[in-house]
Write a protein that binds this ligand. Structure first.
Ligand SMILES: Cc1cc2nc3c(=O)[nH]c(=O)nc-3n(C[C@H](O)[C@H](O)[C@H](O)COP(=O)(O)OP(=O)(O)OC[C@H]3O[C@@H](n4cnc5c(N)ncnc54)[C@H](O)[C@@H]3O)c2cc1C
Length: 469
């Protein structure tokens, strides 16, 4: 195992890291979405007080929020994220299911690659994004020493070589909070880099990669009872579908299915109710057509994301002490890979390891950013590598990227005929294993051998495609 894969395994482990908790007076978290809430959960073991400042007012029920415009879209919780939620909140899945989330056993999950079915390898916990976030928020709200404050963060206080506090506005008035540690969890539009630059510090270098991903999400009524296929993912490779990315459906709370169609560049499938239903019935394997034959609930919600972004904190030359960043504020990926919330959960795990490592809290958090980089690299390499093969993105891979892209293609191709390869690939895409585990001699040999195995027939769509008049 390479050292990155070993570090990833230790971050993903649910065994508490060795070492005593650090002792902090007050920790302040900027942003109370998934990443901020999970950071607060970890910080609660180390700080007398944890204050989460979130600009959207907290509500007593799940619902879409202005600060998270993506919340109306499909949000898959990968297995790596589900494991971490269970670690930080034992009994999380049972509680979520009791409140309405759905459990999909692996044998009722179908993965289609260009229409060819393979069984799923991971049990899923499925719900809408507002529902999941609400579950986490309620648990964090109940932690001793944690306070959720409604306010808009406007800047950092910097004194000497450290961040010493946070400025924010609440109830129309400017406010200030001294802090021993500040964690930026304010999402991909975070302004912390600007504030650092303005104060003469180095902002972390920002990398963007074009994705131009288009989402269309709709809800359909879900009839009572079990279905043979309770959830499905249909991947469409560039060779077959060009810029058509794929589709998913999963069961969610309140007896609904949530259905997503995705495309790259100018490919915008499913933007109207008619187009969504027609494509599900004609262009994707038959279970999609059955789901979309039910009653459509509400409108189709669309979303476009222009790029994936990462801020490389590990590479920033001069950083103040007392400042960390987690979640989308560090890296936000093409959502089609479903990595965001799980990355945030793994960043929380990095935070826990770092705080228990005897780190010097009076110095920049370099060791934290080095740990976190392993998680970010793993997610970024997989998703940005996949995106590069799309005609509309099509930045040809360079150097090592070319080797990685070739290996991933080989493995993906084998998943439909070799269950061992499919399981290994699932572990990586579910962020339980590091991508380098796919480069093991056993997996590569099996993937090469699979090339000689005839492909199964694709599952047909529910109805034949419309013929041009
Ligand atoms: C279309 C789409 C689909 C996605 N699908 C998936 C998926 O299937 N699976 C998955 O795991 N992830 C998915 N993601 C990613 C996921 O939404 C994020 O990774 C996840 O929300 C964690 O992000 P975060 O908490 O870092 O930031 P966000 O969720 O963006 O939250 C940032 C928070 O900070 C607050 N904030 C911002 N500025 C301030 C300020 N100045 N003061 C106070 N508060 C502030 C905001 O109000 C917000 O609550 C998707 C993303 C998109 C765009």
């Amino acid at each position: 195992m390479t050292s990155a894969a070993r570090t990833f395994a230790s971050i993903s482990s649910v065994t508490p890291p060795p070492g005593a908790p650090a002792r902090l007076g007050r920790a302040v978290v900027l942003g109370g979405s998934v990443a901020g809430l999970l950071a607060a959960r970890v910080l609660a073991e180390h700080a007398d007080r944890v204050v989460v400042i979130e600009r959207d007012p907290a509500t007593d029920h799940p619902g879409a929020r202005r600060g998270v415009p993506q919340s109306s879209q499909v949000h898959a919780l990968l297995r790596g994220g589900a494991v971490q939620l269970e670690r930080w909140f034992p009994g999380f899945a049972d509680r979520a299911v009791a409140a309405g989330a759905q459990r999909v056993p692996a044998d009722r999950l179908a993965i289609y690659t260009d229409g060819v079915a393979a069984p799923g390898n991971s049990d899923l916990l499925t719900s809408t994004r507002p529902f999941l976030e609400h579950q986490v928020r309620e648990l964090v709200r109940g932690l001793p020493g944690v306070e959720l404050v409604t306010g808009r963060v406007t800047g950092l206080d910097l004194g000497g070589d450290a961040v010493t506090g946070v400025r924010y506005e609440a109830d129309g008035a400017p406010r200030h909070l001294a802090a021993d540690l500040v964690v930026d969890a304010s999402g991909r539009a975070s302004r912390v880099s600007d504030w650092l630059s303005a104060a003469g510090w180095n902002a972390p270098p920002l990398t963007r990669q074009v994705t131009g991903i288009n989402y269309a999400t709709a809800f359909f009524r879900r009839p009572p009872g079990e279905q043979d296929v309770s959830a499905a993912v249909a991947l469409v490779t560039p060779e077959t579908g060009g810029d058509l990315g794929g589709a998913t459906f999963t069961p969610v709370e309140e007896d609904r299915w949530i259905v997503l169609l995705a495309g790259f560049g100018e490919c915008r499938p499913g933007r109207t109710a008619e187009d969504m239903v027609r494509r599900c019935r004609q262009e994707f394997p038959e279970p999609f057509g059955r789901v979309a034959s039910g009653e459509l609930l509400g409108d189709v919600a669309t979303y476009r994301q222009g790029d994936s972004r990462r801020r490389d904190w590990a590479a920033a030359a001069r950083l103040p002490a007392g400042l960390l960043a987690v979640g989308d504020a560090v890296a936000s990926f093409n959502p089609i890979y479903g990595q965001g919330m799980t990355s945030a959960a793994l960043h929380a795990s990095c935070l826990s390891r770092w705080l228990r490592s005897g780190a010097d809290l009076g110095a920049p958090a370099r060791a934290f950013f080095a740990l976190q980089k392993v998680v970010v690299d793993a997610a970024w390499d997989l998703s940005s590598g996949g995106d590069r093969s799309r005609p509309s993105v099509n930045r040809p891979p360079r150097g090592l990227e070319r080797v990685t892209a070739g290996l991933i293609d080989l493995v993906v191709d084998a998943t439909v005929v070799d269950p061992v390869v499919a399981r290994a690939f699932d572990g990586v895409t579910q962020m339980v294993e590091h991508p380098q585990t796919l480069a093991s001699p056993g997996i590569l040999w099996r993937s090469l051998r699979a090339r000689r195995t005839p492909r199964p027939q694709p599952t047909p769509a529910l109805e034949p495609a419309d013929r041009p008049a």
